[in-house]
Write a protein that binds this ligand. Sequence first.
Ligand SMILES: [Mg+2]
Length: 319
Amino acid sequence: MGDAIGLPHEGLHPRRIARRLERAPLRHRMVLGRGMLSDDTEHAWMVGRALAESKGELDAFTRAFARQLRRWVLALPPGVGLATLRGTLRLVVGVPPERSGVHSAGNGPAMRSALLGVYARDDAHLAQLVRASTRMTHTDPRAEDGALLVARLARQLAAGALDRAIVDSIRDPEFRERARGAWTGGDASLEDYRQRAGYERGVSGFVVHTVPAALYCVMAGADARASLELAVRLGGDTDTTAAIVGALVGARDGVGGLPQDWLEGIWDWPLTTDSLDALARALASDQPPPRHRWLAAIPRNLACIAVIVGHVTLRLLGR
Ligand SMILES: [Mg+2]
């Protein structure tokens, strides 16, 4: 839901988003007032399927997730980060998943790791799963630390007990300081936080910026809807920031705590909210994942490219 609500604002300057939200409250607006899903949801979905197939056993999870990624990239996804594309194509040509990652601190691993956090048996299992998922596409330690932080936050929020020690274990000093600032910055107004963090032009797709920004939105928002609106208002990589925020507030509040109108406004295929729901139920009851039409993603992705071209054209015309 965060992905769908953030996607139409991706790459926009925060001032422009503020003007849009003056005209109408935050709502779906990708196509005909509905929201569509992008790589952020697809990656969380693939991680979920790999968990359901492997029951969390590390080697089986690694093989299953690599298989998911190969199929995903061959269906020509319209939204894909450069490092994810390179790592995934390396998987396609036969590089083993332990060596397919490229040196990058992009957001791919962080946008798919919340589910690993709530699924893992314990913190050691969580760290193993996050490492396997991360290294398949990204080898920069900051990518792994960002994914670890999202997974641990999701786990703690689901358990209702936050412990700041998870921020102190971030290895990169700038990343650690930004995460600390976001953790304690929940009382700061959006403007104050934006200026202090240097996000005047929006949040970049660099994990050191995106994950702390998502953490601020969770800490500062009174509920899921408010946190997601903060993520959109921060601007920049809004679909990924809002997707991470959505995963975290979802772990905390459950489906019932999410804005139901925004859930119902998602309009996509073959990946639907029903198929996501069926996968969640399979994971919760230790069943294999539901069947999925992989090849149907190809015409969908081609149609999605047309929607994006239309959307960007309307943007250029000032909408
Ligand atoms: Mg995306």
